[in-house]
Design a protein around this ligand. Structure first.
Ligand SMILES: [Zn+2]
Length: 396
């Protein structure tokens, strides 16, 4: 869209054009802008807004197969059955085929523009505003990137490549992200989409890098690939909202907060496959807010806050408990009921003790043998004379 906007800006801005609708699906709009000055064209994500005369606006969205081509009038082809708008003037002809071609005014522009998020190719994006909304969202990044009200202009291929280049799991939720991770996503989006705008191709690997990695014709890391170029692992894909998400779960599975691809399928309290509380208590994420609060109260911990905070607090405490277990008296003399971790640890300690006893016994036995051997040698061994003495004997 930005490439079209740049081209039309150069060729048509300031010109009065004759507007028609060859396939008859934009007759009213064409009449409204006919012979009015083509003032400005603005690309926002996958949308174009064209401003004519003193307040006419045309909103264009290509959809999957739209295009807006410009020709010298002498060489212009005939319009096709999909040509909704034709503009002619100053020796130029432009044919538009698009899914959406709507006519309106400044108010329509502001309404539609207001629904769109931040465009990585914009000259003045409000990145802080976007971050503010992302960090409050419970949606996975794979969805947020495709949501035009968040990242305007990112499509399915870019989504896969941006997440790979930023080394982020597609399942990572907006509200689980750090600002640093968000910045990585934003900066990668800007970088890759600028390459796309300048070259007309969606490319995430430079030719040099692809050649160095042994696949000189490769242009993308994971989208529509079977093997990851970086780790040689299998590229996974899954369906999400009717589109396929591509990712290398090895390269993208972890980040510094330890979130892995399992985030997408984190254990939850299933209503279809119900489990009793005793079973669910082992997994903090399977507990309801009330159950989490009860558990935390038992340990004398603070019970306020959102569910994610409660889950994190309980998981942290369970982790701490496991670590402190190593300091407990595990001699096996107390008959306290021990949970699984304790039992495993006791049995491990017993085994270790038995092993070390066995080693000690063995060592003691070996030491005795060695002492016996030394004693015997002392009794029967004759001491060899010193070298100097031997030499003297030979000389003699
Ligand atoms: Zn990989």
């Amino acid at each position: 869209m930005h490439r079209v906007a740049n081209l039309f800006c150069k060729k048509l801005v300031g010109k009065k054009l004759r507007a028609t609708s060859p396939n008859g699906r934009f007759i009213e709009g064409a009449k409204a802008i006919n012979k009015k000055v083509f003032r400005k064209i603005e690309a926002v994500g996958k949308n174009l807004f064209v401003f004519f005369g003193k307040g006419e606006v045309v909103h264009v969205h290509f959809g999957m197969s739209g295009r807006w081509s410009i020709f010298d009038s002498s060489k212009a082809p005939e319009p096709t059955p999909t040509t909704r708008l034709s503009l002619e003037g100053s020796g130029l002809t432009a044919h538009l085929s698009a899914m959406t071609c709507a006519h309106g005014d400044q108010e329509m522009y502001e309404y539609k523009r207001g629904k769109l998020g931040q465009d990585p190719l914009s000259n003045s994006p409000d990145v802080d505003e976007l971050w503010d909304r992302v960090r409050k969202s419970k949606k996975a990044m794979s969805r947020l990137l495709m949501d035009q009200s968040f990242f305007a202009g990112v499509g399915n291929i870019y989504r896969a490549e941006i997440l790979f280049c930023a080394r982020l799991c597609p399942g990572l939720k907006g509200n689980e992200m750090t600002r640093h991770e968000f910045n990585r996503v934003w900066e990668t989006s800007v970088h890759l989409m600028r390459i796309g705008r300048d070259t007309g191709r969606i490319t995430s690997i430079s030719q040099e890098e692809a050649a160095a990695l042994g696949e000189p014709h490769r242009r993308r890391y994971v989208y529509n690939q079977s093997r990851c170029l970086v780790c040689s692992g299998r590229v996974s894909n899954f369906k999400e909202a009717g589109r396929t998400v591509w990712a290398c779960l090895h390269c993208q599975s972890t980040n510094k907060s330890g979130i892995s691809v399992e985030v997408a399928t984190k254990p939850f309290n299933s209503h279809c496959a119900k489990e009793p509380l005793q079973v669910r208590r082992k997994t903090a994420t399977k507990l309801t807010v009330k159950e989490l609060q009860n558990e935390l109260r038992k340990y004398g911990l603070i019970v306020k806050g959102k569910k994610s905070k409660l889950v994190a607090a309980l998981e942290r405490h369970i982790q701490d408990l496991s670590e402190h277990t190593a300091d407990l008296d595990l001699s096996g003399k107390n008959n306290q009921e021990q949970h699984g971790y304790h039992r495993r640890l006791v049995s491990h300690t017993k085994t270790q003790n038995a092993k070390s006893r066995h080693i000690e016994d063995g060592n003691r036995e070996r030491e005795k043998k060695r002492k016996r051997k030394v004693k015997t040698e002392k009794q029967f061994c004759t001491v060899r004379p010193r070298r100097s003495l031997r030499l003297k004997k030979n000389q003699v």
